[in-house]
Design a protein around this ligand. Structure first.
Ligand code: ADP
Ligand code: MG
Length: 254
């Protein structure tokens, strides 16, 4: 697929571009000092990346910029070579599966089954196909019995799994997850890691403070500190460097 649209004036897919490219991004909340100063990095096919940083370091803010929910003051974000700008958002979002830090922001239909079929139905997937896929995802996440319940009848961890199922139903090529293990017990954290490792996505970017879990799921770490990417390295050596982690505000759990 070379061109995703024939509309004049809209951008086209660039097969050789980085999957995600961030150039000199600066972001400030209204009337505040900037939270992100001059952030640059790129993510390529096959990258599974941890976004680390102390609470309040700007992880969620950065992810929301990447998916166009927030607009940077300066700098550029390209997804498959396409600038993340309001006019390109429908196209860019077709590639991205994004889970909010708060799963409640993602589930809004009367039942979980409808939450999961909503996206695919919107993109024209036949009802029976969408329901089959949703039931398979519900089974993957141990939620078969909850298909016809509403999100507010689920536990926090179950809501998170249901939100993930609703994202995966769209078969994204770029998966961006904000604190996906929140509310999950160790068995489900492990199961989620196993599910994520099997997904055929091109790029995964996961913000989390669960260092050990990140070490199982990702290969590369970006560490935000003081509004900048302080470290961009392989994750394993970083996880073994307790002193560096401590200095970055990421003390190993105790
Ligand atoms: N809506 C907002 N308005 C003003 N400041 C905000 C808002 N949301 C987050 N912040 C501030 O931006 C900084 C980064 O927050 P956030 O991106 O949520 O960090 P993290 O996800 O790493 O915990 C924090 O100092 C936080 O207080
Ligand atoms: Mg956050």
């Amino acid at each position: 697929m070379k061109s995703l649209t024939s509309n004049p004036g809209t951008s086209t897919y660039h097969p050789n571009a980085a999957v995600v490219e961030v150039q000199n991004l600066v972001y400030a909340y209204p009337n505040q000092e900037s939270v992100l100063h001059n952030i640059s990095f790129s993510l390529n096919r096959g990258d599974r990346v941890a976004l680390m940083g102390a609470t309040g370091s700007g992880k969620s803010t950065l992810l929301e910029n990447l998916v166009g929910l927030k607009q940077p003051q300066t700098g550029k974000i390209l997804i498959n070579g396409i600038p993340v700008e309001p006019r390109n958002l429908p196209q860019v979002r077709r590639y991205i599966g994004f889970s909010f830090q708060d799963a409640n922001d993602q589930l809004f239909m009367p039942t979980i089954l409808e939450d999961i079929t909503f996206g695919p139905r919107n993109y024209g997937v036949p009802k029976a196909t969408a329901i089959d896929k949703a039931r398979q995802l519900l089974a993957d996440f141990g939620l078969e019995a909850y298909a016809n319940r509403s999100a507010h009848e689920l536990s926090g961890g179950q809501r998170r799994l249901a939100a993930l199922a609703s994202i995966l139903a769209l078969e994204p090529t770029i998966l961006i997850l904000d604190e996906p293990t929140n509310g999950l017990d160790p068995a489900w954290r492990r199961h989620l890691a196993q599910v994520l490792l099997k997904l055929p996505v091109q790029v995964m970017l996961i913000a989390s403070h669960e260092l050990h879990w990140l070490g199982k799921v990702t290969q590369r770490a970006l560490v935000l500190s003081g509004g900048r990417i302080h470290i961009d390295s392989q994750i394993q050596p970083l996880l073994q460097n307790g002193e560096a982690l401590e200095q970055l505000g990421l003390p190993v759990d105790w």
